[in-house]
Design a protein around this ligand. Structure first.
Ligand code: GLU
Length: 511
């Protein structure tokens, strides 16, 4: 006898975006099969017709591809349960004819009352026994003609020769039903592997409500200051999205009919949360794979981090890639306890990977992530990427840290002005005015600009280069922080630099 080869599957219900918990299930299923020469199948469980959508299905598929978890479906076809109704009906009829199922108020129920109890083994949670008293007949076909998840999942896993069912712990309580169905159909049960849930650090469930909570808190704080009507007015007044923010479907759509309810906690509308976040310049916690992608995380890093939620390779190794996962992943090192999602740790992993990679790779990933940024910067893009690589924790950081390259400051930070321009009778301001003339006659490259700053510092017997670099930073960025001043000047360009210096001088003289 030959051992049947390993077949695992990921079977999401296309009712929303791919949650990190689902992604981890997919990763475990993928790695287990890939590491053993097996087959990994993707299947869409759309028996809940009201909640399923094609758009969600497509987005889940896209996110799995982005993560690098490729499936081996034969002919490349992704089975959808909604297209297999005939097959489910065949099985339901068979169970009925054998009196293992019966009609009940338009639905069909599977009989559990004839069983003494159900016992099964789980690779993580061990041996589980469900006593007779806890077994109830359950629906396998709904009145709408669709099979329930319980029936479809078992029939599919049998038909697709699935040997290992890896899924979230919330399905552990369904498994006795599934075991009974396998037995009734005379098929060998698969190995069940239930994985612990992923929680927020405070122990709450990681869900889209977390986003609503953060946005609502920001809204209430603003309302306190400016009043409810003014706030809503401002939020609804949709301004064009700044170019450094990624295209996002969250930015289109109409929230006017939902915003009141959102503020009063009557709904957790995700679009409303996103628009408030955009207007208020706050970040919402990432929950779905798409959120982490939009926030500039790398797929390999996300997989690495997700793998560590509930599993470890058994030594102190924490950083690894998908190949390592395939080689080392097994069920014996999956924890029973729920795992906590530590955002700081994920961010540290991402920063480490971004900062250590070759500059060409960083530039090309950044370009892929924010093509509009690259287009806008043109020849300067490589310099820009190089300047921000050492400070980037996500691929969104360069555009955020460097937003002053695209937008001249409209206001100047008070503290920065006082300290660097106004102090000592406007000493900084005077120096800025003098240096403006130097800049007007300097060749425009980082080396020449650096030399000009040094010469000016020496000629004027300044304490150090900061005496002129800091006033310049305020004029160029509105704040006292920027990357090295020579690179900053070079990238902003001569004309724009002079214009910003002039505007700053004018504005300060007014006051
Ligand atoms: N469609 C189910 C879910 O998304 C999958 C259950 C399973 O993997 O058996 O939770």
């Amino acid at each position: 006898m030959t051992t049947p080869s390993i077949v695992t599957r990921f079977a999401p219900s296309p009712t929303g975006l791919l949650h990190v918990g689902g992604a981890r299930t997919a990763l475990f299923s993928w790695a287990y099969a890939k590491g053993r020469g097996g087959t990994f199948i993707l299947r869409l469980e759309d028996t809940d017709q009201k909640r399923s959508s094609e758009a969600a299905a497509e987005k889940i598929i896209e996110d799995l591809r982005w993560l690098g978890l490729n499936w081996d479906n034969s002919g490349g076809v992704i089975p959808r349960q909604s297209q297999r109704l005939a097959r489910y009906n065949e099985v339901i009829d068979e169970l009925k004819s054998r009196r293992l199922a019966y009609d009940d108020a338009g639905a069909v129920r599977f009989r559990m009352d004839n069983l003494p109890g159900v016992a099964f083994d789980d690779a993580v949670y061990g041996h589980i026994e469900v006593g007779k008293g806890q077994l109830e007949d359950f629906v396998i076909k709904k009145a709408d003609g669709f099979p329930t998840f319980h029936l479809a999942v078992v029939v599919d896993d049998i038909d697709m020769n699935v040997t290992h069912v890896i899924r979230g712990q919330e399905h552990l309580s369904n498994t006795a039903k599934h075991a009974a169905l396998y037995d009734a159909l005379g098929k060998p049960r698969p190995v069940w592997v239930h994985t612990p849930s992923i929680m927020n650090p405070d122990g709450s469930k990681m869900s889209k409500r977390d986003k609503a909570k953060v946005a609502r808190k920001a809204a209430l704080a603003r309302i306190e200051i400016e009043g409810r009507e003014a706030f809503i007015d401002r939020v609804l007044n949709v301004k064009p999205v700044p170019m450094y923010i990624q295209d996002s479907d969250a930015v289109s759509g109409n929230i006017s009919d939902k915003i009141d309810g959102f503020i009063d906690s009557e709904n957790d509308d995700i679009l409303t949360a996103a628009v408030i976040a955009l207007r208020e310049g706050i970040r919402l916690p990432e929950i779905n794979v798409a959120d982490f992608r939009a926030s500039g995380y790398l797929p390999g890093v996300l997989c690495n981090y997700l793998a560590l939620l509930g599993w470890n390779p058994g030594n102190d190794v924490e950083r690894f890639d998908l190949d390592f996962m395939c080689e080392t992943f097994d069920f014996d090192r999956i924890n029973k306890a729920n795992s906590k999602f530590d955002r700081e740790k994920l961010l540290a992993f991402n920063a480490d990977t971004l900062q250590k990679m070759p500059p060409e790779e960083f530039a090309s990933l950044l370009k892929e992530h924010q093509p509009r940024l690259a287009t806008k910067l043109g020849d300067q893009f490589r310099g820009f990427a190089g300047m921000y690589q050492p400070r980037s924790r996500t691929l969104n950081d360069p555009a955020e840290l460097g937003r002053f390259f695209f937008e001249a400051p409209t206001t100047y930070d008070d503290k920065a002005v006082k300290k660097n321009l106004a102090r000592n009778d406007g000493e900084g301001l005077k120096l800025l005015g003098e240096f403006r003339d130097v800049l007007a006659g300097t060749e425009w490259n980082a080396a020449a600009l650096q030399a000009a700053v040094e010469k000016f510092t020496a000629d004027k017997q300044l304490k150090n280069m900061g005496s002129i670099a800091q006033p310049l930073r305020v004029a160029l960025t509105g704040t006292a922080v920027s990357p090295p001043i020579d690179q900053t000047l070079e990238l902003i360009g001569q004309q724009e630099t002079l214009a910003r210096v002039d505007r700053c001088l004018d504005k300060c003289k007014e006051n």
